[in-house]
Design a protein around this ligand. Structure first.
Ligand SMILES: NC(=O)C[C@H](N)C(=O)O
Length: 358
């Protein structure tokens, strides 16, 4: 009698244990839900010939991009949403806000484990940095593009997308800020920049390199950025319908100061000067930038050089003129940070702090 009771108890414990193991196993095998947000670009581009360079960006819908990587369904549940279908040379504030708001919504959705954004490469670094600074989440957000159109011979888009989905699907990618992947490399949105007009290895992180590689959709990381990204951001665009007007003026020998006069007349909110060398400025342009600051326009000194730091108060006395030094941000990225800074403050000291922290 007693041994019967003991046997019953033993078999029920066994059944419960077995059920627990089965459900833990099912949980472990649960595929992550990855959303692909498509915005256009060469990755969705199509042309008349597979061997001629001519094509049009932003032609294929997101469903076709997903159909090109059926292998990714082995490790992720995929769904797609079309936010835009443009060449990224046509990217604007309105679409930035649309993309950033959509990403924020998905990041707050418990059913979403990672987000992949297909985007043209021309302005990818700007959109990726904008999203990096406006999405408070630890979930993986991965930008991906291609240098060859979807109809080109040896198109790089499908492999890049397959890798991007793999990056977004892995727990290891959480809390690393917005990531960009092309050509098997993973680069932080904060540092990534396009440095080649046509090559498949068009992107680099300059002196900060890559965060890791992605082999057959499995990311391997070697470092992380110390800069404040995603979860550590202070910027929020949820309620915004527009952004401050910030323009870039390119520096060169004999810079035409009328370009700056025009911006002053237009009452822009900020000017990024892509200076020569360490952000240096032609004398008559300097006079106009001084005038701009006096009229309440925020001026950031960056550099046209392509690498290196634009340092505070080296050949230009920034404190005297109220200029902000861009540190390691290139002009187009300095523009993004100045725009977002201006949504929070007009204090140039605080804006300078942002350029050292973000
Ligand atoms: N490779 C590319 O994606 C270039 C294209 N013009 C774009 O930015 O949309």
């Amino acid at each position: 009698m007693q041994s019967n009771l003991f046997n019953n108890l033993r078999s029920s414990i066994l059944i419960i244990a077995l059920m627990a193991i089965v459900s833990i196993d099912a949980l472990a095998q649960k595929k992550p839900n990855i959303v692909i947000l498509a915005t256009g670009g060469t990755i969705a581009g199509a042309g008349g010939s597979s061997v001629k360079g001519q094509y049009k960006a932003g032609q294929l819908p997101v469903e076709e991009l997903i159909e090109a990587v059926p292998e990714a369904k082995e490790f992720a549940n995929l769904s797609g949403q079309q936010v835009a279908n443009i060449g990224s040379q046509a990217m604007n504030n309105e679409t930035w806000l649309k993309i950033a708001k959509k990403i924020k919504e998905l990041a707050n959705d418990d059913n979403v484990d990672g987000i992949v954004i297909t985007h043209g490469t021309d302005t990818m670094e700007e959109t990726a940095f904008f999203v990096d600074l406006t999405t408070a989440t630890d979930k993986p957000i991965v930008f991906v593009g291609a240098m060859r159109s979807a109809t080109a011979l040896s198109a790089d888009g499908p492999k890049n997308l397959y890798n991007a989905i793999g990056i977004a699907a892995r727990k290891d990618s959480w809390g690393r800020g917005v990531l960009v992947t092309l050509n098997d490399e993973i680069i932080a949105a904060r540092f990534v920049t396009k440095t080649n007009t046509t090559a498949v290895n068009a992107f680099t992180g300059r002196e900060f390199g890559i965060l890791g590689y992605v082999y057959d959709a499995v990311p391997v990381y070697y470092q992380r950025t110390e800069k404040r990204t995603t979860a550590e951001t202070v910027f929020d665009i949820t309620d915004r319908t527009s952004l401050p007007q910030v323009d870039i003026v390119y520096g060169y020998s004999n810079t035409n100061e009328n370009l700056i006069k025009t911006l002053i007349n237009e009452k822009v909110d900020g000017i990024v000067f892509a200076g020569v060398g360490n952000g240096n400025i032609y004398p008559t342009a300097m006079d106009q930038l001084e005038r701009a600051v006096k009229q309440g326009i925020k001026v950031v000194r960056s550099a046209r050089v392509g690498s290196g730091r634009t340092t505070l108060g080296a050949e230009v006395d920034d404190e005297k003129y109220g200029f902000i030094a861009s540190d390691f941000l290139n002009p187009q990225k300095a523009r993004v940070l100045l725009m977002l800074s201006l949504t929070k403050t007009k204090d140039y000291v605080k804006i300078q702090e942002n350029f050292l922290e973000f």
